[in-house]
Design a protein around this ligand. Structure first.
Ligand SMILES: N[C@@H](CCC(=O)N[C@@H](CS)C(=O)NCC(=O)O)C(=O)O
Length: 335
């Protein structure tokens, strides 16, 4: 059965991600159309999606959980796109037995596509998460995760206590380095695993999978250098991030791919030349540090949504929708 995902594939066998269409910005500037206000904005996310996951982490890191609300789609992506949970699932969730998503708290829609059509009845793109929704103007501000991440980082600071407004995931002194890193990490790692997994020709797969591991090797070298330099100078813990001693959006953007790597991309997207836990000690240590030690990472990572979504939605890759149990555990303990 040919599903939507295959329609993304080009005749060349390559996967091409569409460009996001809603590109407005929430702004701290007085009089802005999308002014930063508490309670005005809503995030539609999937817990499975690495792009949406970026925005959920930033929302916690920046202390925005009471300021920006969230609805979570069910992990299953079907021919009609993402959906919210139905009444039966809601009853189950209330009993505490399953949490496969939420209802749409703002618009009471059944499907994410209705959110897009409310914003633009002529919308003809894909119905992707994340979506940043403006409850006041009843429209979509943005469906581009990298830009939502930036908005959450800088535009709500006036509304936040100092401990959160001071957190800067895109500090001016590191912007050039962050941009440089993001550039190649996006293309070769974040999107690289998709280009590998959705390749529909052997030679395309062969090229992409090798490329992913070449860039994981590069990241491993970068972190190894940081850890070594850190331990040489003051204390090792000060140099545990991609750009040294400060957590930045580059870490957030890489985390959402690496935390999915062993549990899903390794087998489902056939990125199986090496594993993070066995073959990349520095990358694995960095991953475990973020997950176990830094608030915002573990609580936004849901391995059930992640594993079920990929293995039960991409039926062209896994026609029987059987979700592999391993690797166990999904992520290794800190020590
Ligand atoms: N450029 C977007 C990409 C988002 C994206 O591709 N999301 C996927 C989930 S991982 C999606 O919602 N796909 C649904 C579909 O294509 O039908 C971003 O970074 O925000």
């Amino acid at each position: 059965m040919v599903t939507d995902t295959l329609k993304w594939a080009q005749p060349t066998g390559e996967f091409k991600r569409q460009v996001s269409s809603f590109r407005d910005f929430v702004s701290a500037k007085p009089g802005a159309k999308f002014a930063a206000e508490a309670g005005r904005y809503h995030l539609y996310v999937s817990l499975a999606c690495p792009w949406a996951h970026r925005t959920l982490i930033a929302r916690v890191l920046k202390g925005l959980t009471q300021i920006i609300s969230v609805s979570v789609v069910h992990w299953h992506l079907d021919q009609n796109g993402w959906r919210f949970i139905n009444d039966e699932e809601l009853a189950e969730a209330k009993k505490g037995s399953t949490e496969y998503g939420t209802v749409d708290h703002v618009n009471s829609f059944k499907r994410l596509k209705e959110v897009y059509f409310k914003a633009d009845p002529d919308y003809s793109g894909r119905f992707t998460v994340p979506v940043l929704w403006d409850k006041k103007l009843e429209t979509i501000v943005s469906n581009e995760s990298s830009e939502i991440l930036r908005m959450l980082n800088s535009e709500f600071n006036e509304l936040l206590p100092k401990q959160y407004s001071e957190i800067d995931l895109y500090p001016s002194k590191l912007q050039a380095e962050i941009d440089e890193l993001n550039g190649w990490v996006y293309d070769n790692v974040n999107n690289g695993v998709y280009k590998t997994g959705f390749a529909t020709k052997q030679e395309v797969y062969d090229k992409e999978v090798v490329n992913v591991f070449k860039h994981l090797d590069k990241l491993e070298d970068l972190l190894k250098k940081n850890y070594t330099e850190g331990s040489g100078k003051d204390s090792e813990k000060n140099y545990q991030f991609l750009l040294g001693n400060q957590l930045t959006e580059a870490d957030v953007r890489l985390y959402t791919t690496i935390v999915r790597f062993d549990p899903v991309y390794h087998q489902h997207f056939k990125c199986n030349i090496r594993m993070i836990r066995h073959d990349y000690p520095h990358l694995d240590k960095w991953l475990r540090t973020l997950y176990w030690k830094i608030s915002g990472f573990k609580e936004t990572t849901d391995f059930e949504h992640i594993k079920y979504h990929y293995t039960k939605s991409h039926i062209q890759i896994n026609p029987l929708s059987i979700t592999p149990l391993g690797p166990l555990p999904n992520i290794l303990p800190l020590e």
